[in-house]
Ligand binder design. Structure first.
Ligand SMILES: Nc1ncnc2c1ncn2[C@@H]1O[C@H](COP(=O)(O)OP(=O)(O)OP(=O)(O)O)[C@@H](O)[C@H]1O
Ligand SMILES: Nc1ncnc2c1ncn2[C@@H]1O[C@H](COP(=O)(O)OP(=O)(O)OP(=O)(O)O)[C@@H](O)[C@H]1O
Length: 581
């Protein structure tokens, strides 16, 4: 907990806001006070109004947006409606949800220097600010790079650096790490936490990855349908999980496990959980277990059978990139069979999106070859794969151009002259839980809703091969599970990039780990996850439940498996009723 709390720096009273042209009000009477130096995690289901609330802090709403606004927001005592945006943005820096909406300079250096230049700092000071900020986000080596050439996670780092270079009093961050690898996320959150502690910068951070952010926060605020429905210190917020389960929000695995086992505690990490498992009664019930975690086994072969099953995708010695002088992929060999769900994981910039672009025939090999459905992409027009491959970009906004979500879902089938277009659109919108938004303009939806619109737009063509670049970003748990369950139930062949190891473990039949343009592991999740060296190279860590299972000497990879293992060991163990695991 931050001890240097001062006076109230953000004071929101009875705030209501309705977007122009929308019948439903987005913010419905928000009351929120945040003290100087607090670190607040703001979360809630997709579309509940989190981004809208952040946009009121630096005056984007109401200054740049029409609509109906009432209530009061004071930043350091200044009423935002009465204040200029320039003045507000010096006080409250906003890291945008989508880096492409924030970045407008052509080079990384210019982007980060923009804020300090506007504050009329001396050249030398600006240089130092840029240097320091890039160092803090691990991007020192990219100072002169073109912003267009950055990967998704690298762009997010630059966005954070731009704000750090200005050092505002308040840092409002809208899913700032959603596309970042787990190790990078931890490093950046440590930096932000340090700035928060040492410089008393107030942090309001919006995220769905509650399990990763909660350990850094002083306070957890949950919104639902435009209202704040929970506001608690982080140490107390997880005492009752009912609200998290009801809203389909992510709970840190150790908390979920303790609640399931009836242990009254809310640890955020495996290390914090070990002593709880050592307490009297519980230890007796589950019997002896090794004192230290960490059984290590070698990664085994991929978990598919090639019997009678010609590969759908075959990649041989693939070298590819955006510039002949710098290859991104360096000798990839890979086969993917029908019905496999392959998660592609690895550090930011390791080449995951580049691999996916090759599988979509949108990039061609410089050397080697890629065969999709037995056809060599080098010799084919990329459009010849239309209708057979469905690709969703990391930034879904690049795919949305129609006037409604329904039109988006109909667009592909119409172009391909498929039958039952209405029915196809309806089924795909329903599968993504956005049928109620069918008449909405995609650009007026929340990020999670836009991503699901983009997925629906490819589902309606019923492709043979589905390629999704980070489909889990900015989504609440219930939506991620619903999307992934859909592919699983249909037996789709799916390749998806993700930094979310828990989701990869749950849904992928196979995990590919990339490092510096090469595949360094390829196998079943439960094998890959045991190889700590591989995980480290890919900036990944074991999910806490795997560490805890290992500590208890149980071979388990999910809470359900771990609890089953404990019951098997001692059937008398009582599991808390009604707990979802
Ligand atoms: N520019 C806009 N015009 C009209 N409606 C909008 C606009 N932006 C957002 N909305 C609507 O306001 C509601 C809240 O959106 P917002 O982006 O604030 O949600 P969110 O909680 O941040 O969601 P996510 O977690 O998906 O980012 C949604 O129903 C969305 O459709
Ligand atoms: N359009 C482009 N032009 C030039 N270089 C690019 C381009 N897109 C990506 N790169 C470079 O290729 C490398 C790999 O990028 P890629 O997007 O494939 O990584 P990634 O593993 O998907 O990263 P992330 O996890 O951040 O999305 C990065 O070093 C990036 O800078």
């Amino acid at each position: 907990m931050n001890q240097n709390r001062g006076s109230t720096i953000i004071e929101i009273r009875d705030l209501w806001y309705t977007y122009p042209g929308r019948a439903e009000t987005t913010l419905k009477g928000i009351d929120l006070k945040i003290k100087e130096g607090e670190f607040v995690l703001l979360t809630g289901p997709t579309g509940c109004g989190k981004s809208t609330l952040l946009k009121t802090l630096n005056g984007i709403i109401p200054h740049e947006s029409e609509g109906i606004f009432s209530g009061s927001i004071k930043i350091s005592g200044i009423e935002t409606v009465d204040s200029g945006q320039m003045e507000l943005s010096k006080k409250a820096g906003l890291v945008f949800q989508s880096p492409d909406d924030q970045i407008f300079s052509t080079t990384v250096e210019d982007e980060v220097a923009f804020g300090p230049e506007n504050l009329c700092m001396e050249r030398e000071e600006i240089d130092k600010k840029v240097d320091d900020a890039l160092k803090m986000v691990g991007m020192s080596g990219h100072r002169l790079d073109s912003t267009n050439s950055l990967s998704g996670g690298q762009k997010q780092r630059v966005c954070i650096a731009s704000m750090l270079a200005m050092m505002p009093e308040i840092l409002a961050m809208d899913e700032p790490v959603s596309q970042m690898d787990p190790a990078g996320t931890q490093e950046i959150l440590n930096t932000v936490r340090e700035l928060n502690r040492k410089q008393n910068i107030t942090i309001l951070l919006v995220e769905h990855r509650i399990h990763e952010i909660a350990p850094f926060a002083d306070r957890v605020v949950i919104m639902d349908s435009g209202k704040i429905i929970l506001d608690q210190p982080a140490s107390k917020a997880f005492e009752n999980l009912e609200v998290f389960h009801r809203l389909g929000l992510r709970v840190p695995e150790p908390v979920e496990l303790c609640h399931t086992l009836g242990i009254k505690a809310s640890p955020f990490s495996a290390e914090e959980t070990f002593p709880l498992l050592n307490t009297g009664n519980f230890k007796e019930k589950i019997g002896d277990y090794p004192a230290s975690p960490g059984r290590k086994e070698k990664t085994s072969s991929p978990g598919w059978s090639s019997e009678n099953n010609e590969p759908l995708v075959s990649v041989r010695d693939l070298w590819s990139g955006y510039d002949k002088s710098r290859m991104v992929l360096k000798g990839i060999n890979l086969e993917i069979h029908r019905g496999e769900r392959v998660a592609v994981m690895g550090t930011n910039g390791s080449g995951k999106s580049t691999l996916l672009l090759n599988l979509a025939a949108m990039l061609r090999p410089y050397k080697g070859n890629v065969k999709i459905f037995g056809e060599d992409t080098k010799t084919k027009n990329p459009y010849s794969f239309a209708g057979r491959i469905g690709f969703v970009f990391q930034n879904p906004d690049l795919m949305l151009f129609c006037d409604s979500t329904e039109e988006e879902a109909k667009f592909g089938p119409a172009r391909l002259k498929l039958d039952n277009i209405e029915e196809r659109a309806k089924i795909s919108l329903e599968a993504m839980s956005i049928l109620n938004l069918r008449k909405d303009l995609p650009q007026s939806l929340s990020r999670g809703q836009r991503l699901r619109t983009a997925v629906a737009s490819i589902l309606s063509i019923d492709p043979i091969l589905v390629l999704l670049d980070e489909p889990t970003t900015g989504q609440d748990r219930v939506n991620i599970e619903q999307m992934m369950d859909y592919f699983k139930t249909r037996g789709s062949t799916l390749v998806f990039c993700t930094h979310d190891i828990e989701i990869a473990m749950l849904y992928a039949t196979r995990i590919l780990v990339m490092n510096e343009g090469q595949i360094i592991a390829d196998g079943r999740g439960r094998d890959v996850i045991k190889d700590i060296d591989i995980l480290r190279k890919a900036s990944l860590t074991q999910p806490p439940v795997v560490e805890i299972a290992s500590y208890l000497g149980i071979d388990a990879f999910s809470i359900t498996e771990l609890v089953d293992g404990l019951i098997h060991r001692n059937p008398e163990i009582r599991i808390a009723e009604g707990i979802k695991c």
